[in-house]
Design a protein around this ligand. Structure first.
Ligand code: SF4
Length: 238
């Protein structure tokens, strides 16, 4: 706890690039960025590219993304010169056991997110001590109380954009002339897998199009274990 407090105090008052730069320097080779290459992802990825273009970046390729997201991922990688992007796919054994017809998202979206996102990510994160993501408080719900720094599952979690508003994001994209995700131009404020994302949302409720009509608001990768164990019945040995 004392070590944790000292660590947090050493970065107190920092956000955005001011937080990202020392984190990537202090935890070089131990940090990984998790990105959806979604509506606002270009901001954090641009900041990362300014520090170290070889920083590992994990993209969870669920097999359910919009083709526009995959195209945008390629475009951003090229534009920003990122050389450390890794696409993680679900394990074939998990898909065969739990989602052989590809419709698990209609029956049990938490289980679908678990095998397509949580399990591959959890195993990849075992190689790192620091996880960096681009969540913002203004997205509301469970994100409204995000801390810039936290300890989750024994790993330092860094949220450099936690305090950014929709206006801050828009301004950053404009100042740095970053390309928009193509779906943002036809009304998508937040973009995840195609079956679970609708156009819509507002600056006040940007995630309204995610799992619309259900109680689900998060895929679970940012919360401990997605409320499920890594072991059986999910997470077969690989
Ligand atoms: S967002 Fe939907 S399709 Fe994607 S992993 Fe989760 S439930 Fe499955």
């Amino acid at each position: 706890m004392i070590l944790e407090r000292a660590l947090f105090e050493s970065y107190a008052g920092l956000e955005g690039e001011q937080l990202l730069v020392p984190i990537l320097q202090d935890f070089a080779d131990k940090s990984v960025v998790v990105s959806s290459f979604g509506a606002e992802s270009a901001v954090l990825l641009h900041m990362v590219s300014q520090v170290n273009r070889a920083t590992p970046v994990i993209f969870l390729d669920t097999g359910k993304h919009f083709w526009e997201t995959l195209s945008y991922r390629a475009k951003l990688i090229d534009r920003l010169g990122l050389t450390g992007v890794q696409s993680l796919t679900p394990y074939a054994a998990d898909l065969a056991a739990q989602d052989s017809d590809g419709t698990l998202h209609t029956r049990d979206p938490d289980a679908c997110c678990h095998i397509r996102k949580t399990i591959p990510l959890a195993r990849a994160l075992e190689c790192f001590e620091v996880t960096i993501s681009g969540r913002k408080r203004y997205h509301g719900a469970a994100r409204a109380t995000l801390d810039f720094l936290s300890i989750t599952d024994g790993r330092l979690k860094v949220e450099p954009l936690a305090g950014f508003s929709a206006l801050d994001i828009a301004a950053y994209l404009k100042i740095h002339d970053l390309p928009p995700h193509p779906l943002t131009e036809i009304g998508y404020f937040s973009i995840g897998c195609e079956p679970c994302t609708q156009a819509g949302g507002t600056a006040a409720d940007p995630r309204a199009g995610r799992w619309a009509g259900s109680a689900k608001t998060e895929c679970g990768i940012h919360w401990s274990h997605n409320r499920k164990p890594y072991a059986a019945p999910f997470g077969t040995a690989h």
